[in-house]
Design a protein around this ligand. Sequence first.
Ligand code: TR5
Length: 143
Amino acid sequence: HHRVAILSSHFSPVMASEKEAALAATPSDSPTIFDKIISKELPSTVVYEDDKVLAFRDITPQGPVHILLIPKVRDGLTGLSKAEERHIDILGRLLYTAKLVAKQEGLDEGFRIVINDGPQGCQSVYHIHVHLIGGRQMNWPPG
Ligand code: TR5
């Protein structure tokens, strides 16, 4: 039993995270873990904060730098596919802030921006977020 647990966690990290995404993949308007990060009820490593945007380090980094940028108020923006005209300002602000944070993190050679959407996009948290990943050579196409 113990051995099975070790094998499954050691040899199936991709399957585990895909399963996690699939399990969490029911798009929902319920509060998410990010609300607790915004309220500081849960600790996170904040790298940038203003009145509209919070940026903090991803707990499972996919590169030397992996930061999530989120709107402090979700306002129905569970994912990019739910964007309405009223979200145009915050969407622009998230991307512009990603550029500022990339500079702050010294990602002068480049970086990757990702927004996962929905089950097929492997979205696992239904509070829109921009991934900023860098500090290593990226590959294309993504998985
Ligand atoms: O899969 P998508 O695109 O929805 O991205 C969600 C991201 O949130 C993943 O990269 C997770 O690693 C990240 N995540 C999940 C949690 C978490 C986090 N990043 C920082 N801190 C976190 N806490 C405290 N708890 C999480 N469940």
